[in-house]
Design a protein around this ligand. Sequence first.
Ligand code: UDP
Length: 573
Amino acid sequence: MAIEEISKNALTVLEKRYLGKDENGNVLESVEDMFRRVSDTIAAVDANYDTSTNTRAQSDEFYELMTDLKFLPNSPTLMNAGRALGQLSACFVLPVEDSMEGIFDSVKNAALIHKSGGGTGFSFSRLRQSGSAVRSTGGVASGPVSFMKVFNAATEAVKQGGTRRGANMGVLRIDHPDILDFINCKANNSEITNFNISVGITEAFMEAVEKQSDYDLIDPKTKQAVGHLSAEKVFDMIVDHAWRNGEPGIIFLDRLNRDNVTPSQGEIESTNPCGEQPLLPYESCNLGSINLVKMLRKTLTGYELDFRLLGETVEKAVHFLDNVIDANNYPLEKISETTRASRKIGLGVMGWADALLMQGIPYNSDEAVELAERVMRYINNTGHAASARLAEKRGTFPLFSVSTLKDGPAMRNATVSTIAPTGTLSIIGGCSSGVEPVFAYAFIRNIMDGTEMIEVNPVLMAKLKELGLYNDDVLKKIASEGTIAHCEEIPEEVRRVFVCSHDIKPIDHIKMQAAFQKYTDNAVSKTVNFPKEATRNEVRDVYLLAYKEGCKGVTIYRDGSREEQVLNIGKVN
Ligand code: UDP
C-alpha cells in the first residue's frame, strides 16, 4: 500500500485504537500489518468451504481492497480480527425481558459487547409501566426509564476496555404507558449520555396524528388499553424535544417489520445505536462500506462513476462480509446462533458527498438524488446477485426456507445492504462520511478523549489549488464559517456545487435519505441538520416528510442545541 495515502488524521486514529500494542502501549503493528492481519483472518474462512482454495491469493485480494481504500469493514473487524478478542461486529440488539433476571442479564451481555467494541440496541417496551405492581415483593415497578439509567451507568463504567466507548440505542413504543417520561428522559443533556433514544412509532399512531385523534396506551403485560393520549400532542412533544437537543429520534416500527425477512423468529423492536441496522433480539450484524471516491474514473471533462469497478468491488465486499460471520468470535452463544441463522450483512457506501463534488454535482440537486437511486440500486442488485452466487457454493442462510425470500433466488444472507455513519472509517478512507453532505469545508473534529483534529475537505483543497486560491486568507474565511457560500473570491459556479450541510435545506436531506433507503435492505444512517434559528414547525414538517417518503426513521440536529457537539464550525484559526 502507498502509505502516503493514509492521512495524518487517519494515522492518529489508527495508532490510538486499531494497531496492536504491547502492555506498555508501544505500537507493535504498522498500518500494513493491520490490514494483513485482517485479510489473512477473513480469507482463511474460504478453506472451510473449499479445501483446495488458495487462501494466500484470497488474502491478497482482500488486502488490496482495503489498502486501496476501496472498501473497509466496520471498526471492530479492523481492531479485533486475528486477535484474541476476535469480535468483529459493530451492531447488536439485545432483548430486555420484564424481570429482574432478564434486565440484569441484558446489562451484563451489553457490557460484554461494549468491551469488544460493539454497540447495542434495546427496546424497553416489554417492561411494565412505572407504578404497576411487582408481585413477588408487593412493591411497585419503577418503569423503563429508571432501568435505562442502570444500563447507562454500566456502559459508563465499562468504557470498552481500550477499544471504544459503548454506544446504545434505547427504544420505547409510542403506545407504552411511560412514553411521556421516555420522550423527556434526555431533556437534561447530562443524563443517559451513553444512549441515543428513539420513539418506536406505529402506523396506527401516524394515522391518529393525521386524524388529530387519540390513541391507546397499552399495558405491555396484559396487552389491554390502559389509557389514551392525543396523538398530535405527543407528536408535538417529540418534535419539541428534538428541536431542543436532537432527542428523541423516531423509528417506524411497522416499516422495520414489513422488511423483517424472518418474521417467524420474532419481531424487530430496535435498531443498533446509530439507527441503520434493525435487528431481532440477539442478532448481530457486521457492516462494511465502499468508498465511492475510489469508484470514480477520469473522463475528458472530469469524473464519472465506474460501474464496472463498483460491481467488482461489491462482489468482493459481499464475499468478505460473509466470511466475517464465520470468522467472528461472538460474545454469547445465543448471539452466535441467532446471527449464523440469518447471516445478515450490511454493505453500504461512504464518500458520497465527495464523489458528487468530484463530478461537479450539487448534493441538493435532482441530479444527485437520481444518481443516488441509481448507485444504490446497482449496489443492492449486484450485492444480492453476489449473495446468491455464494449460496450456490456455500448454501443458503439456515432460515432461508422459512424466510420471506424463500420464493426468490437462493440467498446466502438475509440482508445485504445498510448505510452506516462511517464515523471512523471515513477518517481512515479520507472521504466524507456515509451519505452525509460535507459538514463543513474546514472544521475541528473532537475525538472521544479530548483530542481535536483540524480538517479541510480534500476535494475543495484540490479545487482551490487548481484555481490558484489556496491561500491563508481564503482558508481562514472558510474555516470561520464552514461554508463557502459567502466567499466571493470563489467563482459562483464552484460555490453552487460545494454546498455543505448547512446550505442544504432539510427537505433535500430527507430526499437523499429516501433515495438511498429505496434500495437498502436495512436502513440509512442520516442526520438532518437544521440551522439554529429553525422553528419547531420546520422540524415537524421534516418528521412528516420522512414518514411520507418511506424512510425507516429520522434523526435531526439543530445547530448549537447541545453544548458538546462532535463536529464544530468556526473553531479553526
Ligand atoms: N458504534 C459503537 N460505538 C462507537 C461508534 C459506533 O458501538 O463509538 C457502532 C454502532 O452500532 C454504530 C455502528 O458501530 O451504529 C457503525 O458506526 P460507524 O459506521 O460510525 O463505525 P466505524 O466502523 O466507522 O467505526
